[in-house]
Ligand binder design. Structure first.
Ligand code: NAD
Length: 427
């Protein structure tokens, strides 16, 4: 029988425990979520019928602070996936030293099948259903796959209505006009960019000679492709759920984004002002994109993309995980044996939650930062944590993933010890 996603996620903890001296209490505390909620959300559809959607929210661990994690709208959302994502958030927040625990939420729905009005009713219905489970000092949702600023705006408005006061710090990733932070929308991509740039000299790589393939062209996939391409890296392939485009000479990513924004079509184009022409390229499948002979492969779509069944065919030298959980533990072992370095999700995509933390701080203090301040703080944090994890991997001779978990586990364990462990009570 194949492992559940949560069993796979837990494997990461087991790998790290072997390298770090933590109490049994800490291990026990981190094995299961603090609280899990499943809700039914009735939504009146535009044609007058009533549909009931299943929603989830898991607060995995709050030892280091209120729990934090995004809300995903996707047909495959289920308790196993949400629990795994909440587990990853716990370790991600600790890995980059944010005073937050981990959580995640989601609704099993294909939002593309809903009208805007239905989507708003569903978003408000979700918050109505989990309102007692969240709050600025309890659990703070944010965007994830197929949710965005507008949806966060509806959600925080609904939460304000329920509480009968303004609670901007209860949800992050809000529109700027409702207390959102400058820089939040681009934070995950920018954070990943800072992590990559920090590692470049350590890996002995140079931008202009580095080829990149990015799987997924949503919020974060398009942002990282854009940043890398503008910095001089050669982005040769990008894809969305329908497939990819490949051009060995390099793609003009800003043109692809401009064309997609104006026509909703994903196409290999070069644009001069508003005039866009299709350029020489090959259409490839997502499976083919993963197997391209490139320096950097950046999965930025969904989990479980590189598994036992395709890990032997991966030809990239380095994988930077922007999606959560795109490489399974079984694939990790194969890639490590083949000398392919995986830089893990809990470091690479931590920029989003870091700027969510900045948004929460700004909402609570009432003092709002400039874009430069936000990005400077993000840069400082990403560089520092990337270097710490690199040094742990070097010192302990582990993978970057295990090093990131060691780094996070050490901080989580300090929080557990601070409350008194078994050793404290029996001596
Ligand atoms: P999104 O919905 O904006 O984009 C997802 C993209 O992946 C879309 O382009 C979609 O077409 C594509 N896609 C879907 N299925 C695919 C498949 N099978 N093959 C290839 N492409 C596919 O979502 P997002 O916010 O960009 O998130 C992407 C990943 O990054 C997720 O794993 C998410 O958890 C993670 N992440 C996002 C944030 C954030 O701030 N948005 C932060 C941390 C991590």
């Amino acid at each position: 029988m194949s492992e559940s996603l949560f069993e796979q996620a837990s494997q990461r903890l087991a790998d790290a425990i072997a390298h770090v001296d933590v109490s049994e209490d800490a291990i026990e505390r981190l094995k299961s979520p603090k609280a899990s909620l499943q809700v039914s959300i009735p939504v009146r559809m535009d044609d007058g019928t009533l549909k009931v959607f299943q929603g989830y929210r898991v607060r995995y661990n709050d030892l280091r602070g209120p729990t934090k994690g995004g809300i995903r709208f996707h047909p495959n959302v289920n308790m196993d996936e949400v629990t795994s994502l909440a587990f990853w958030m716990t370790f991600k927040c600790a890995a980059v030293n944010l005073p937050f625990g981990g959580a995640k939420g989601g609704v099993a729905v294909d939002p593309k099948q809903l009208s805007k009005f239905e989507l708003e009713r569903l978003s408000r219905g979700y918050i109505n259903a989990i309102a007692d489970f969240m709050g600025a000092d309890v659990d703070i949702p944010a965007p994830d796959v197929q949710t965005n600023q507008t949806i966060m705006g509806w959600m925080v408005d609904e939460y304000n209505n329920i509480q009968r006061r303004l609670c901007p710090a209860a949800i992050t990733g809000k529109p700027i006009a409702m207390g959102g932070s400058l820089g939040r929308e681009t934070a995950t991509g920018l954070g990943a960019f800072f992590a990559i740039e920090t590692l470049m000299p350590l890996l002995g790589m140079h931008r202009e000679q580095t080829t990149v393939a990015v799987q997924g062209f949503g919020n974060v996939g398009s942002a990282i492709a854009d940043l890398l391409s503008k910095a001089g890296y050669r982005v040769v392939a990008v894809s969305d759920s329908k497939g990819g485009i490949y051009a060995p000479q390099g793609l003009d990513v800003p043109s692809i984004i401009q064309y997609k924004n104006s026509t909703r079509t994903f196409q290999a184009v070069y644009c001069q002002d508003t005039l866009c022409n299709i350029v020489d390229h090959q259409r490839i499948t997502n499976e083919e994109l993963l197997k391209l002979d490139v320096d950097f492969l950046i999965p930025a779509a969904l989990e479980n993309q590189i598994t036992e069944s395709n890990a032997d065919d991966i030809r990239a030298k380095y994988i930077f995980e922007i999606a959560n959980g795109p490489v399974t533990p079984a694939a990790d072992a194969i890639l490590e044996k083949r000398g392919i370095v995986v830089v893990p999700d809990i470091l690479v995509n931590a920029g989003g939650v870091t700027v969510s933390y900045f948004e929460w701080v700004q909402n609570r203090s009432g003092l709002y930062w400039t874009l430069e301040e936000v990005n400077d703080r993000l840069k400082h944090s990403m560089i520092a944590e990337t270097l710490s994890i690199w040094k742990i991997a070097d010192r302990k001779q582990t993978s970057m993933r295990t090093a990131a978990y060691i780094h996070a586990l050490t901080r989580l364990s300090e929080a557990i010890e601070a409350k008194g462990t078994r050793a404290y009570f029996i001596q």
